[in-house]
Design a protein around this ligand. Structure first.
Ligand SMILES: Cc1ncc(COP(=O)(O)O)c(C=O)c1O
Length: 490
């Protein structure tokens, strides 16, 4: 006898209609072979009373199941599981359905080298690793623009499938913008619109590296770029980093010993230490790339936020050999959730990588891309950049004063010329132990599990929290650091 009462359970609080809940459960039991083809189902009255539900609910479920071909309702003799179904009787009809996580799928590729990402609880105070303050962004303007674009006759077309290289208006606007702001020589055909820098990094590493190729990264570097290279099974080689950025003499000695295929750099400003790549090193790096024929992947995520002077021209603008691939993003300018970035390279690379993009994401958000194009041409982008640059400069200064007043006995740093974070080295305490102490008081920090152990250092993001929030954060961080230092000295 089939255990109707214990198997078919209706949740009175669920959003899904009761007759559909019943339908779903019948389908599961039939598909799993626990209700066999030809098996007689209790009548609607009997089932309704067994399950303690309205008979109408059962009638509706049976009608639905009949319409979908699971049940045959015969007016003369009753209701049966359809004989047409290619299902055999299960060995043990009382076995319950297999929970999703028990499905035995064998993983071919393992992504354990990419640590799980744990978002920070929303209500807490947060010192991140260097994110923008989305509260400053002209979000109203952007979304109003998206709305009016999608309602216009011209813009409506962007709701359809479009080109894989990205929105034409944005590619056009960026061509002019990158020429004017960064001195780059390019045409629209050199631009591929991506979903943020990360997609550009992934596309470049996937499309330009073969398994076993040598990819050079700084001894400290942006981990998500390294993961993209590891995903292409490239061999990762580390080059020294100092106060002027990557040590190009060291790179030259590496190039003499082995073939280098790609060098990943964040010259403006080095991730994570925030130093700016010096002019001498820039020129040397470009010379080496010509001599040894390697690709420079220039991730210019921080270009717009330089406080010491005007932004420094990217390597891509000095590029005489055509072997610099340049990556930029609007996620740092507006908000991390604005997933629009771009990759600049020669036409052949753009053509090829846009094909790869097509199988990952098809085309991206053309309406948002068009709104960003409008922000460039209307001047909205520049107004926002001017405002946020000033705010972030002030926040950098107030944050550094708080380090000086609250934790200077245990922390040392150099004021960064730009970016959104201060690279801070700690002494006399183990950073890994800081987390539980501050978390219990409501403060969360981006304590990188690798960098915090290798260098006992942190990227302290100052841009996303205002001065009041910074003060609150240090009211927790200051005593926590002192407490930890006193424990360590015992
Ligand atoms: C050095 C570096 N590159 C790239 C990214 C990714 O940026 P996006 O949000 O544009 O993908 C980040 C994000 O923090 C970063 O720090």
């Amino acid at each position: 006898m089939f255990p109707w009462k214990s198997t078919l359970v209706i949740d009175n609080l669920a959003l899904r209609a009761k007759y559909l809940q019943l339908t779903d459960q019948f389908i599961k039991e039939i598909s799993a072979g626990r209700l066999a083809p030809g098996q007689k189902i209790p009548g609607t009255r009997q089932l309704a009373s067994l399950l303690d539900i309205n008979r109408k609910t059962v009638i509706m479920a049976f009608e639905e199941l009949e319409a979908q071909g699971w049940l045959d309702i015969k007016s003369s003799s009753g209701t049966y599981v359809s004989m047409k179904l290619p299902i055999t009787i299960a060995d043990n009809i009382t076995t319950s359905a297999v929970p999703y996580d028990n499905f035995n799928i064998r993983l071919i590729n393992n992504y354990d080298f990419i640590p799980a990402y744990e978002p920070i609880p929303p209500a807490s105070i947060n010192i991140d690793g260097g994110s923008p303050d989305y509260r400053l962004a002209p979000i109203d303007w952007l979304f109003k623009e998206c709305r009016s674009i999608s309602k216009s006759k011209y813009g409506q077309r962007l709701l359809a499938y479009g080109g894989v290289k990205g929105n034409e208006d944005l590619r056009q606007a960026l061509t002019k913008y990158l020429r004017e702001t960064r001195g780059m020589t390019l045409s629209k055909e050199n631009i591929l619109i991506t979903r943020g820098s990360q997609m550009g990094i992934y596309l470049a590493m996937s499309g330009l590296l073969k398994p076993g190729n040598n990819a050079v990264f700084g001894s400290t570097s942006y981990d998500a770029a390294e993961w993209a290279a590891s995903n292409s099974q490239a061999n990762i080689i580390r080059v020294n980093i100092d106060e002027e950025g990557i040590d190009t003499d060291h790179l030259a000695s590496i190039c003499k010993q082995q073939k280098v295929h790609l060098v990943y750099v964040t010259p403006h400003h080095h991730f994570p230490t925030t130093v700016t790549l010096s002019n001498e090193r820039r020129i040397h790096l470009l010379q080496l790339s010509l001599k040894y024929k390697f690709i420079i992947l220039e991730d210019d995520y921080d270009y717009d936020f330089h406080y010491a002077s005007n932004p420094i021209l990217p390597l891509a603008s000095l590029n005489t050999g055509g072997n610099v691939i340049y990556i930029g993003s609007f996620s740092k300018i507006f908000a991390p959730n604005v997933r629009v970035g771009y990759l600049v390279a020669n036409k052949e690379v753009i053509k090829n990588l846009s094909r790869l993009r097509r199988i990952i994401d098809r085309q991206g958000d053309q309406i948002m891309q068009s709104a960003i194009a409008e922000s460039i041409t209307s001047g909205e982008l520049n107004r926002h950049l001017k405002k946020s640059l000033n705010v972030y400069r002030q926040r950098r200064d107030s944050f550094s004063k708080l380090i000086d007043s609250e934790v200077s006995d245990y922390a040392s740093y150099k004021l960064p010329e730009g970016g959104m974070a201060i690279w801070c080295e700690f002494k006399g305490l183990q950073l890994a132990q800081l987390k539980p102490i501050i978390n219990s008081k409501g403060l969360y920090m981006d304590i990188d599990p690798d960098l915090s152990v290798r260098f006992n250092a942190l990227r302290l993001g100052f841009a996303s929290i205002n001065e009041k929030e910074q003060k609150k954060a240090f009211e927790i961080l200051g005593p926590a650091v002192k407490q930890l230092a006193s424990l360590t000295s015992f």
